[in-house]
Ligand binder design. Structure first.
Ligand code: ZN
Length: 328
């Protein structure tokens, strides 16, 4: 048994080495380079790149030349790229590709268009979406918090519409400059993407991360941005939506207090509210959500993005213009 195991192990190691060499070779050939955040993105077998449901991939297009626009399309979502300079790295454009928590596992094309004046160059790459094993959560809540009556249902619908309208327009400039910070010091529950069974009935999966913290604890903006809308909604309670530009939003729900107003500019780490239990909540916690070009991604993947320690924002401050993103 032990021998057999050892042999199998040796085979895997050889395969790993071969794969690594293939990846190294491919990345020197292809103009598009992808690297993931946290857990090093598992590389697919034939040089494809991959990430799990809910992860963020950083896509880099190398190029010294200043492009007029660099834009990617992935599963009908538009990924605006922005110019980035990093010491010791070739110049290029970076796009943040969010894999939605419910994107079906499989291989999909990321088509990137690099426009230079009248000319346009097309790049294509395969992205392998891998399955994440989300938890299954059983929750018991007061009936009226789960099943809305007619009035509640109408209110919920109107609130959805209000958010959709508010987020239909987003900043065409990249507003964040520094690393991302955790909005509250607390206990991560690790339930992003969990399948929720409420009072015995399956509901929508959990589209953010809940962080347990005492009532009234400070809630900070994860990065620079503009407060797009503040709400007091039936499910999310008192909430803040921050627009970080280029189709990138973060959300902070169930607050006891909101300390910012619609249209306020906020900076990374600025206190925007206090932890509460408003809306559909069983106790004080922060629901932290992220929407990246329409994809619902794990907010903790932001903390691992390689923007730490001074990836310098472009001095001119002009990000490539992108199409206005579709509503969440
Ligand atoms: Zn939540």
């Amino acid at each position: 048994m032990i021998m057999a195991f050892k042999q199998a192990h040796a085979r895997i190691s050889r395969l790993d080495r071969t794969l690594m060499m293939v990846v190294v070779l491919l990345s020197s050939i292809f103009p598009v380079e992808l690297f993931s955040n946290t857990v090093p993105a598992p590389k697919g077998v034939d040089g494809q790149y991959s990430g799990k449901q809910g992860q963020v991939l950083v896509v880099k297009v190398k190029g010294e030349d200043q492009a007029t626009e660099v834009k990617g399309t992935f599963l009908k979502r538009t990924i605006p790229f922005f110019r980035e300079f990093r010491p010791g790295e070739p110049a290029g454009y970076v796009g943040l590709l969010g894999i939605d928590m419910q994107d079906e596992p499989g291989t999909y094309e990321l088509a990137v268009e690099v426009k230079q004046g009248e000319k346009a160059k097309q790049l294509s790459f395969n992205i392998l979406v891998a399955k994440e094993n989300f938890l299954v959560e059983h929750l018991t809540l007061p009936k009226e918090k789960v099943d809305l009556d007619e009035k509640g249902a109408a209110r919920w619908k109107a609130e959805q519409e209000q958010v959709k309208q508010a987020l239909a327009e987003n900043s065409r400039l990249k507003l964040w400059h520094s690393n991302f910070v955790e909005p509250v010091n607390g206990k991560r529950t690790g339930i992003f993407g969990s399948v929720r069974i409420m009072n015995g009935k399956p509901r929508n999966p959990h589209n953010g991360e809940d962080i347990g913290a005492p009532l009234g604890a400070d809630v900070a903006a994860t990065n620079d941005g503009i407060v797009r809308i503040t709400v007091d909604h039936i499910f999310s309670g008192k909430g803040v939506f921050v627009d970080h530009g280029l189709g990138f939003y973060t959300m902070y729900f169930h607050l006891s207090d909101i300390l910012v107003k619609d249209g306020d500019l906020v900076t990374a780490g600025q206190i925007i509210g206090k932890v509460g239990a408003t809306g559909r909540a069983t106790g004080p916690h922060l629901h932290w959500g992220v929407k990246l070009n329409g994809a619902r991604v794990n907010p903790y993947s932001l903390l691992d993005l390689p923007f730490k320690n001074g990836s310098s924002p472009e001095k001119t401050g002009t990000a490539p213009v992108s199409e206005a993103m579709s509503a969440p």
